[in-house]
Ligand binder design. Structure first.
Ligand code: NAD
Ligand code: ZN
Ligand code: ZN
Length: 345
């Protein structure tokens, strides 16, 4: 089968021919309908990586959906042909965190998953998944459209849900970076807390237009006046929740300046920036957290939201032989929402 693989660090990934994996005991083979191109893949490709090339080759794609193609001995609960979305962080299933569905914080595996390290990902004709536990039925959603729910959707959902107690009437949430994840976060904020004023911030005008269409009340260009404007909009208090979906020094600085006393500053972006902490900044008792992905049950909730048409993904499809082009466009900021690789076309 074909697989879009990282074969050398700091080099673009390439399409290669690899054997179709054979599902072993408990494992499942998924025929991929869609594999989303996440900005994290660009971070992975840009990393220097170990000099001896450990960890390579690696098939990319950690945002996957498709159909059950084959089941290994003892794999139960799914049937060949079922449309499913794949929960990405693959935990041991038995540690205390996994038993709560939080495989993203597995105490044994740290929530590593296919396409990130150790296991090949879904930018290929087929993906081997270690357990049926990681498969959530998609119902009437098409895999090629639903795939980004498993990361752009789930990560944003978790980041919003953990702060819902702050988002009552009159509250404000700021979303910095309205790309794949940010667009999901805006809609999830709308769906879960209709009473919150949502402010989107981005450097790209087209992303701000999309943000408005997705339900942002305000869409601000990231510039020297953004902080003052957000502080004005919040009567000088700042926002209850600030989601930084970029995570570079300037966005983190902005986040600390527009967050509120007793608020949440949630760093989701892997831009590599750092946040200085002193007695006055971030504001008093503002909690700073950096969540990784979300839980299995939260993915079920995200799929439900999508099936209820409460969240809509702006998906652009690319056949497998155009995966490299999709990443180039993502790198250049020219993907409108999410690029999804569709090996079936
Ligand atoms: P994306 O490329 O689709 O979107 C990024 C958006 O940020 C774009 O709209 C871009 O215009 C905007 N942007 C860039 N610089 C900016 C700045 N200085 N100020 C304001 N906006 C700016 O990326 P994505 O796939 O949505 O991923 C976003 C980030 O989240 C990435 O760093 C990715 O690695 C990370 N991520 C983290 C997790 C997690 O579990 N924590 C999961 C998935 C992705
Ligand atoms: Zn991702
Ligand atoms: Zn575990």
């Amino acid at each position: 089968m074909r697989a879009f693989r990282l074969v050398a660090w700091q080099k673009p990934a390439e399409l290669r021919e690899v054997p179709v994996p054979e599902p072993g005991p408990g494992e499942v083979l998924i025929r991929i309908g869609g594999a989303g191109a996440c900005h994290s893949d660009l971070h992975i490709m840009e990393e220097p990586g170990p000099e001896d090339g450990t960890g390579l080759p690696l098939t990319l794609g950690h945002e996957n959906a498709g159909w059950v193609e084959a089941t290994g001995p003892g794999a139960s609960g799914v049937a060949v042909g079922d449309p499913v979305i794949v929960y990405g962080p693959w935990g041991c299933g038995v540690c205390a965190n996994c038993r709560q569905g939080q495989d993203n914080y597995c105490l044994e595996t740290n929530g590593v998953g296919g396409g990130l390290a150790e296991y090949d990902g879904g930018m290929a004709d087929c993906l081997l998944v270690p357990s049926t536990r990681f498969l959530i039925p998609l119902g009437d959603l098409a895999p090629r459209d639903a795939a980004p729910l498993s990361d752009a959707g789930l990560t944003s959902y978790h980041a919003v849900k953990r702060s819902l107690h702050l988002l009552g009437p009159g509250s404000t949430a700021v979303v910095i970076g309205a790309g794949g994840l940010g667009q999901m976060a805006i809609q999830i904020l709308r769906a879960l807390s209709a009473a919150t004023t949502v402010i989107a911030v981005d450097t790209a005008a087209d992303k701000l237009e999309t943000a408005k269409r997705m339900g942002a009340d305000e869409a601000l260009t990231s510039d020297g006046e953004t902080v003052e404007r957000i502080r004005d909009m919040t009567r000088g208090q700042g926002a209850e929740l600030v989601l930084d979906m970029v995570g570079v020094d300037p966005t983190l600085r902005m986040a600390a300046q527009v967050a509120r006393v007793l608020g949440d500053l949630t760093l989701v972006g892997l831009g590599g920036g750092a946040l200085p902490v002193n007695f006055l900044s971030p504001p008093h008792e503002c909690s700073v957290t950096a969540p990784y992905w979300g839980s299995l049950t939260e993915l079920m909730e995200v799929v439900t939201l999508a099936r209820q048409n409460k969240i809509e993904l702006l998906v652009e499809h690319f056949p497998l032989d155009r995966a490299a082009e999709a990443y180039r466009l993502l790198h250049d900021g020219r993907i409108k929402g999410r690029a999804v690789i569709t090996p079936q076309t």
